[in-house]
Design a protein around this ligand. Structure first.
Ligand SMILES: Cc1cc2nc3c(=O)[nH]c(=O)nc-3n(C[C@H](O)[C@H](O)[C@H](O)COP(=O)(O)OP(=O)(O)OC[C@H]3O[C@@H](n4cnc5c(N)ncnc54)[C@H](O)[C@@H]3O)c2cc1C
Ligand code: SF4
Length: 320
């Protein structure tokens, strides 16, 4: 690893000042950042440790507002009594207990992708500034089945689809000051000018994530398909939520993880459920519609079948 200088800060203002310096990175739990540094995929001159910023810690829960500080660990979030069930389900199989004790909510939402060409220092693929995506003609069994951009990596976070299914907003501190925006807007497919999985800049600071009362009252569930039953990133995941009014679904959200560059929604599938009673036939129809426009690569057509089944099961679970 290249040597670097280190500063621990106590306030968001201090962090913002230091993060403006060239080639400086913020470190929280370090579970993703340090791996990238060891592999020399990033070589910062300076790390700014935000673990001393009290403002970024803690969970506040009322009937109308659930607010999680960005430094909350995945373990703390999973253990809190007011944490919505869908979030607990999403965290149950995320990484390992040791990692969940270190990994923070902020870091989880902006962790880099797990494409093996991206993670290997020996491969200079398109996302790292190279001429082309090595997965398109290479080993693409875990890659995207939606989207047509240059890069076919998929979103690795378990938390992001679950939070987006609850219309979560993220509170950020950027150059322009403090701002709140829908979490879904953080995720943007990489472009030639912005070869990155999300819109968070190196000098931006995520302060918290917030879920409003309407979403907290929805029925919601998270399902994850893994290749083995211990620490594994999702091969496919599905988060779904809906309000039930006299047995009919309203405000339907179905968000798939690990199938595209961004947490993936298919509005036409959500619309098929809106206003309807949930039964086997409806759940299957919604699932069929969700996968209709999938375009798998050579090795990952199996993900379409897995996704269809997870969507079907998730929709049925919304009845409970
Ligand atoms: C073996 C392994 C298995 C894993 N399995 C899973 C899994 O199954 N599901 C899953 O969802 N995740 C999984 N992860 C990913 C893990 O959850 C993330 O590495 C972790 O959540 C990142 O949080 P951190 O605090 O360690 O971030 P760091 O490593 O400190 O930082 C990661 C990135 O986030 C940025 N960052 C951190 N905090 C903030 C903030 N407040 N504002 C702005 N930027 C910030 C950093 O600058 C850096 O770019 C796994 C990781 C490993 C190593
Ligand atoms: S999918 Fe993206 S990260 Fe993976 S090789 Fe292609 S360009 Fe690189």
């Amino acid at each position: 690893m290249k040597s670097f200088s280190y500063a621990k800060v106590a306030t968001a203002e201090e962090a913002a000042g230091l993060l403006k310096q060239r080639n400086t990175r913020l470190i929280a739990g370090g579970t993703d950042l340090l791996g990238l540094m060891k592999e020399r995929l990033i070589e910062p001159d300076r790390l700014v440790d935000v673990n001393g910023i009290a403002q970024l810690r803690g969970i506040t829960a009322t009937k109308e507002n659930f607010r999680v500080g960005a430094l909350t660990t995945l373990a703390e979030l999973a253990a809190h009594q007011a944490t919505p069930l869908i979030i607990k389900e999403a965290l149950a199989d995320a990484a390992t207990p040791q990692l969940r004790n270190m990994a923070t909510v902020g870091g989880n939402l902006v962790q880099r992708n797990r494409c093996w060409y991206f993670r290997s220092a020996e491969h200079r693929c398109w996302l790292k500034g190279g001429p082309r995506c090595l997965a398109v003609d290479g080993d693409n069994r875990y890659h995207a089945i939606y989207g047509e951009g240059e890069c076919r990596q998929v979103t690795p976070s378990d938390l992001a689809p679950a939070l987006i299914a609850l219309d979560a907003t993220v509170v950020m501190r950027t150059d322009e000051g403090e701002d709140s925006l829908p979490l879904a807007q953080l995720y943007v497919a990489p472009t030639a000018r912005h070869r990155r999985e999300h819109a968070v800049g190196d000098d931006d600071l995520i302060l918290a994530v917030r879920i409003g009362g309407d979403a907290l009252r929805r029925h919601a569930t998270y399902l994850k398909f893994m290749e083995r039953a211990t620490w594994q990133f999702a091969v496919v995941s599905v988060a779904a939520s809906a309000r039930l009014v006299e047995g009919r679904a309203q405000d339907v959200r179905i968000v798939a993880g690990a199938v595209a560059n961004i947490p993936w929604r298919v509005k036409a599938a959500e619309d098929l459920l809106a206003g309807e009673k949930i039964d086997d036939a409806r759940a299957l129809a919604v699932a069929e519609r969700f996968v209709r426009d999938a375009r798998p690569l050579r090795d990952n057509a199996y993900k379409v079948a897995v996704l269809r089944e997870l969507v079907r099961r998730a929709v049925l679970r919304l009845k409970d």
